[in-house]
Structure formats: structure tokens, C-alpha cells
Design a protein around this ligand. Structure first.
Ligand code: ROI
Length: 163
């Protein structure tokens, strides 16, 4: 018998109607096998991290309850990204139609060529921490840090919660 895991997914888009892309991705997450979408944050608009000559991003965080193991879940997320027209470019940190990152998978710590858990962005990126804290303000990372404290320490400049 496999037990259920709680997984936090970071969503991001800055191409081809980003709000629509995020809404479609939330619907797609809810249809994954042996998985349910527990909740999700509001949508946030954020200035790009990386090259500035690209549109603002729309970001959100979703909480999944799943029996899919991490690497199977990762493959499922990549399938959703590809279906929503993601093209992988050579430019590092360039614009994208849809990015789905596994931020946290229970308290797992993992480092291999395909996946690093927790996602490094969880420690410092406002566009991850603000929506994450909305979903789980009491969440504690595997190293004992509270996401709420990390959020307070990072600047809110360039990030706006959408109504
Ligand atoms: N910048 C913002 N604001 N939001 C993102 O989701 C995002 N994703 C990325 C890079 C290019 C690093 N910058 C981003 O992959």
C-alpha cells in the first residue's frame, strides 16, 4: 500500500496569455492519476527574475495530494508543460508558456540530474514564497526553516497579488 504525499507545485507563465495558461494548468493538475488538487493560491504578477527583456510572469502555487512518486510526477508535469505548447529554448531563464516545478514533496530531500528537492527557489524567490505562504503559512522546510520567515525576509518589490 502506498500512502498519500503532500506536494507543493510552483506554476509560472509569461507567454501566450499567462493567466489562461495558469488556469488551464490548474485544471490539468486536478486530472492527474491518483492525485487530487487540494488547494491553490491566488495568481500573482511578478517582474522577471533573469533577463529583463521579457514580459512579467504570472505565478501561483498548487497543493496536491498524490500517490505518484516524485519522478513519475515530474514526468506528468512535463507532459502538461509540453501539451500547453512549451518549447525549450537555448536561452537560460528565457520566457516560457508554462513552467511547473515540484517545490516540495513531503519532507523529502533529493538531488539528482532530474530533480532537486526542496526546489532551490523555495529559499529566496518572492514569486514562490508569497503564494506558498498563502497555501501553507505554518509550513516548515526539511531543514527546519519556516516558509513564513523566509517570506518576510524577501522583498515584495515587483510582485502583486491579483484579485
Ligand atoms: N521570474 C518570475 N518572476 N517568475 C517565474 O516563474 C520565473 N521563472 C523562471 C525564470 C526565468 C528564472 N524567471 C522567473 O524560470
Amino acid at each position: 500500500m502506498t500512502t498519500c504525499s503532500t506536494v507543493y507545485i510552483g506554476l509560472g507563465s509569461n507567454l501566450d496569455n499567462p493567466i489562461y495558461q495558469i488556469q488551464q494548468a490548474l485544471l490539468a493538475l486536478d486530472t492527474l492519476p491518483i492525485t487530487s488538487l487540494s488547494t491553490h493560491s491566488a495568481l500573482y504578477q511578478s517582474t522577471p527574475l533573469g533577463p529583463q527583456n521579457q514580459p512579467d510572469y504570472i505565478n501561483a502555487v498548487a497543493v496536491l495530494i498524490t500517490k505518484l512518486p516524485p519522478l513519475i510526477l515530474l514526468t506528468e508535469l512535463q507532459t502538461i508543460e509540453n501539451k500547453q505548447g512549451r518549447i525549450r529554448h537555448i536561452q537560460r531563464w528565457g520566457p516560457r508558456t508554462l513552467d511547473l516545478d515540484i517545490l516540495l514533496y513531503d519532507n523529502k530531500q533529493l538531488q539528482n540530474t532530474r530533480l532537486t528537492l526542496p526546489h532551490p527557489g523555495v529559499y529566496e524567490r518572492a514569486f514562490v514564497l508569497y503564494p506558498l505562504c498563502e497555501c501553507a503559512p505554518d509550513l516548515v522546510l526539511p531543514d527546519g526553516q519556516r516558509v513564513y520567515d523566509l517570506m518576510l525576509r524577501c522583498s515584495a518589490i515587483g510582485i502583486k497579488r491579483l484579485k
